[in-house]
Design a protein around this ligand. Structure first.
Ligand SMILES: Nc1ncnc2c1ncn2[C@@H]1O[C@H](COP(=O)(O)OP(=O)(O)OP(=O)(O)O)[C@@H](O)[C@H]1O
Length: 599
């Protein structure tokens, strides 16, 4: 019974992603199986027609019914007529089987599309707080490995259904022709399936362990490959290798066990079926003394039915092989939906008044210290402000409040007087340019990195000019021109073919290209040499009054020209004011910081 419940449960899961179309597979499967069973059953009248003319005396009721049906068609005693009918049935069956196979293929590709797209969308909308608790390897594993297994499992699942319907149809027809014979056969088949229950539970357990292990392995691999440079330079490879090998070993042992179970089932098919048939024929002929022609046809049906029945097991087992992935993907959707970022509906105009934080507090986790404590500040539109403070003071967290990537636990963030829960997040974020500490560079051309695939600079001179202008302002134009293919140079994964400073300038260029209303620069010039830094500094200074700029800087020389400075410490703003005021304020922390940097 629990198998039946599982079956319905998985059916519902597939239906959730491909809709009611899945039922058409049933209809086509039933029609195909019926055609096949009926086609084989036609061998009985064919045999009879070859033996004698007119109806035979030992016909059962069912066979008489079939005879009348053929009489109706006018071919009851005509071998040619019956052969023609058989040919017709099998041609129809071929057509149906093709339609079914094609339709399953269509649904399968649709399933893959749905899963990947929906998962990507769900990931893009997940709450940042949830995201930072996860691991990149986990997401990659789900969207690739697990989704692929899910997609393949659908084929196994429909294979299983096909076999089930086919077996029922064969046994149905066999029953129709020689009921006592069929009854015995079905009984034996059911006992066999019952015994397989234990194997199924084992295979499903293996599949779940395999999915979990794949996730683990992916995490390890992604982490190792992302930090390959560090790992190799410091010869940490051996330690990581032990972890990776352990995981690979577990994973492959699960796969091996699954395969052994699979091989066991498929090798059982033929011997079991033949042995049963031999036994049943002996009983049938010696005990019941039944006529041989119906038994012969029933036998054929039974043999096929028996094979289908054991294939039901294989199909189910193969589905179970991958069911860990189906469950994992399904649970992932639930989890990610539960942690979906909530957005308001107030679409913001371009920033024109201010960004205001009112008594904002925030902690990353329930048991963690507050990263921000009761912060209140106002950043008027088109001013330039700097956030300074020691490492861990809360500057980046504060910036995440400005982008509303994180929401305050208490207090509000207001953009142009609209409180954060009401804000349509897309309308706000599309106004933001953000140069973060970790440079974001895509493995594509320089031009695409700046415009984010807005078009081809070869065909669009206006776009090219805008890209050049942004690059010039980010002091990147010269180094780009010196690259082998200029703006069409591909920069490599995460920009490995560029120096740290060049990556940073490329990043700044992209954000300037966007022409944001709020530009956030989080340590944007930290990897630059003094000369490039000065140039970018000039570019940023030139933006004064044009857009709102928030700068996080450790090197205080870079913020001399800002309108206002906030000094943070342990999640609080401890000092604020114009640069020179703070610097000249005797005994201030800011003065101390400036002196330490000997400015
Ligand atoms: N993802 C996170 N999970 C838990 N705690 C975090 C997380 N990110 C930051 N924190 C904590 O929040 C506090 C503030 O961190 P934040 O990154 O905002 O500081 P910061 O001033 O930007 O530091 P830095 O100058 O080093 O970048 C720190 O105590 C840090 O440990």
């Amino acid at each position: 019974m629990s198998t039946f419940r599982d079956l319905l449960g998985y059916l519902r899961t597939y239906r959730r992603y491909i809709g009611r179309r899945i039922y058409l597979v049933f209809v086509l499967t039933i029609a195909t199986a019926f055609a096949q069973g009926f086609g084989i059953t036609m061998l009985l009248p064919l045999l009879r027609a070859s033996q004698s003319g007119g109806p035979a005396e030992d016909m059962g009721t069912a066979e008489e019914l079939l005879y009348s049906f053929l009489e109706l068609l006018g071919i009851a005693d005509s071998m040619v007529g019956i052969l023609g009918l058989i040919a017709f049935i099998f041609i129809a069956k071929g057509g149906l089987a093709f339609a079914k196979g094609g339709y399953i293929g269509y649904l399968q590709s649709r399933l893959l599309r749905e899963l990947k797209t929906k998962l990507f969308d769900a990931y893009s909308r997940m709450d940042y707080r949830y995201y930072i608790k996860q691991n990149a390897g986990h997401f990659i594993n789900v969207i690739n490995g697990q989704v692929n297994q899910f997609f393949q499992s659908f084929q196994n699942f429909t294979g299983f259904l096909t076999q089930a319907v086919t077996a029922i149809s064969y046994f149905g027809f066999a029953f129709f022709i020689a009921w006592n014979f069929a009854l015995m056969a079905i009984g034996v088949g059911l006992v066999l399936l019952f015994l397989f229950k234990y194997l199924n539970a084992y295979v499903r357990r293996l599949s779940r362990m395999r999915s979990r292990e794949m996730s683990e392995l992916n995490k390890l691999l992604v982490q190792s490959l992302q930090s390959l440079k560090y790992i190799v330079s410091t010869n940490q490879t051996a330690h990581l290798r032990t972890g990776v090998l352990g995981s690979v070993k577990r994973l492959t042992s699960y796969i091996f066990k699954q395969r052994i179970a699979g091989a066991f089932t498929s090798s059982l098919k033929e011997p079991v079926s033949v042995l049963l048939i031999i036994g049943l024929i002996i009983v049938q002929v010696t005990v019941f003394e039944d006529p041989i022609a119906p038994i012969f046809v029933a036998l054929l049906l039974f043999h096929r039915g028996m094979q289908a029945m054991i294939s039901i097991q294989s199909g189910w087992q193969q589905t179970m092989d991958k069911i860990g992935s189906v469950e994992m993907v399904d649970d992932e959707f639930d989890m990610v939906h539960k942690h979906r970022e909530e957005t308001g509906s107030h679409v913001l105009e371009p920033l024109h008044r201010s960004i205001e934080l009112d008594n904002v507090s925030f902690a990353y986790g329930e048991d963690e210290d507050h990263a921000l404590r009761g912060i209140s500040l106002t950043i008027p539109a088109n001013t330039t402000v700097a956030l300074v403070g020691e490492s861990g003071a809360g500057k980046s967290t504060l910036v995440d409040m400005l982008t509303l990537l994180l929401k305050p636990d208490t207090g509000t963030v207001e953009i142009d007087d609209v409180p954060h829960p009401e804000i349509d997040l897309n309308s706000w974020r599309s106004q933001i340019g953000y140069v973060s500490q970790e440079t974001v560079v895509f493995d594509d051309t320089i031009a695409n990195n700046i415009s984010l695939w807005q078009g081809n600079i070869e065909d669009d001179p206006e776009l090219r000019d805008r890209i050049h202008d942004a690059a010039k302002r980010a002091y990147a134009h010269h180094f780009i021109e010196d690259l082998p293919n200029g703006y069409q140079t591909v920069v490599g994964d995460r920009g490995v073919r560029l120096s740290g400073g060049q990556r940073q300038r490329l990043f700044v260029a992209r954000e300037l290209f966007k022409r944001p209303n709020l530009l956030i620069l989080d340590e944007a010039t930290s990897a630059l040499d003094t000369e490039s830094e000065r140039y970018i500094q000039d570019s940023i200074d030139a933006l004064k009054g044009e857009m709102t700029v928030v700068i996080i800087a450790h090197r205080l020389s870079t913020i001399k020209n800002v309108d206002y400075v906030y000094v943070m410490d342990e999640g609080e703003v401890i000092e604020e004011g114009p640069y020179t005021d703070l610097r000249n304020h005797d005994g201030s922390r800011f003065q101390e910081m400036v002196e330490m940097q000997r400015l």
